[in-house]
Design a protein around this ligand. Sequence first.
Ligand code: E4P
Length: 218
Amino acid sequence: MKFFIDTANLNDIAEAQALGILDGVTTNPSLMAKEGITGKENILNHYKAICDIVDGDVSAEVIATDFEGMVKEGNELANLHSQIVVKLPMIANGVKACKYFSDKGIRTNVTLVFSAGQALLAAKAGATYVSPFLGRLDDISTDGLSLISDIRLIYDNYGFKTQILAASVRHSMHVINCAKIGSDVMTGPLSSIVGLLKHPLTDSGLAKFLEDYKKVNQ
Ligand code: E4P
């Protein structure tokens, strides 16, 4: 399973990259705003800065909701850097734009996906990634993981190549459960990744090893 980090924070991205397990980054307009990145030029420069830190795919979301605007913005984003993946919302124009970009060989990530039907449309439009929002479904007492399982089943039935990118991951158990049900990718905050490291028996075991070493190697 690929690990993406879901943030526009350069320090968090660099920390995950330094672990050596990072496969890419996803951003969205809210995450850019959270880092105080405003204005078109600053936003484009920030995407370039992210691409300079990581080796993998970096999803950059269009703001336009009309087809022509999505195509214009998406082309601009794709031309920015070879690592950029054009992120498009799951609306009718987003599906059309996805088909347009996939026909041109430009990679896409269809975002804000909350149903299997939406995921089927994204795959038919040739999306590189589809982003079902796990955490936001869990937030409203709906089983986000079962949506991912349904998408897995549908994609496998027909051999769709679109990669399932479990988004809105909130914690490490989401990561583990996504891996169990065969999600291709997960994107979550740094805490969901570093949380996988932690186990008290690892810490106490290491402390004991070091103590025993010291006893005989004074
Ligand atoms: C997906 O690409 C989105 O950026 C993201 O995962 C949304 O997560 P949230 O529900 O925690 O905002």
